[in-house]
Write a protein that binds this ligand. Structure first.
Ligand code: AP5
Length: 210
């Protein structure tokens, strides 16, 4: 199985859900730039203060800020054996930057029809403490409103509100979707059908990584 992997897909395709599962299975960290940025926003760090407005609106945080956090994270010891990148790269410039300091072995593209995405996103709830992801319909917590792992009150991401969702889908189509061709030309891309039960999607992702 490959160990340096990028997950691509539109907002709500299931990148975070699948990357977290596969990371546990193969013992490499799940690195989500969205999670890192949200933690910085919550901690009111200088990075978080700069990123907050872009994220709430559904736009991309400037490349130089994200590159810095990615470099720092990939330099940590647990990423030496590999990583599952979720949310990076997001445009061609980021893909070029990444290629300068790490050799990606495989890119998994989670594919799903756009009409599924809005309901997945508007029904998502997350744990602010451990980042576990739920869905009010498809993956509800055992106790309503509470995280199964640590009991924290679940919250809705500010960018999971209708206006920001529309912007995020547009940004994906314009800036991130061109990466599919970029990685296809480099023979790294595997497409995975992301519709269906999470366990079924995980089985398809495993095959794409074999
Ligand atoms: P980020 O956190 O990366 O958000 P995203 O790409 O929009 O992706 P999502 O987290 O919304 O969706 P997902 O595909 O992970 O789906 P999930 O598994 O949660 O980025 C957020 C923001 O940070 C960006 O907009 C930007 O501002 C900034 N940012 C981050 N990285 C950046 C970068 N590199 N450069 C610049 N800016 C950056 O699932 C969604 C829902 O569906 C959940 O409720 C889940 O339970 C449910 N679900 C999942 N799988 C299934 C299934 N098979 N069936 C039914 N329901 C399912």
């Amino acid at each position: 199985m490959v160990h340096r992997v990028v997950f691509l897909g539109p907002p709500g395709a299931g990148k975070g859900t699948q990357a977290a599962r596969i990371a546990r299975e193969i013992g490499v960290p799940h690195l989500s730039t969205g999670d890192i940025l949200r933690a910085a926003v919550a901690a009111h760090t200088p990075l978080g203060q700069k990123a907050d407005g872009y994220m709430r609106a559904g736009g991309l945080v400037p490349d130089d800020l994200v590159l810095e956090i990615l470099r720092e994270r990939l330099a940590q010891p647990d990423a030496k054996a590999g990583y599952l990148l979720d949310g990076y790269p997001r445009n061609l410039a980021q893909a070029e930057q990444l290629s300068k300091f790490s050799d990606v072995e495989r890119v998994v593209s989670l594919e799903i029809s756009p009409d599924r995405l809005v309901s997945r996103l508007s029904e998502r709830r997350v744990c602010p403490t451990c980042q576990s992801v739920y869905n009010l319909t498809t993956q509800p917590p055992k106790t309503a409103g509470k995280c199964d792992r640590d009991g924290a009150a679940l919250v809705q991401r500010p960018d999971d509100r209708a206006e920001a969702i529309t912007t995020r889908l547009k940004v994906y189509a314009e800036q991130t979707a061109p990466l599919l061709d970029y990685y296809r030309k480099r023979r790294l891309l595997r497409s995975v059908d992301a519709d269906g039960a999470p366990d079924d999607v995980t089985a398809r992702v495993r095959k794409a990584l074999a």
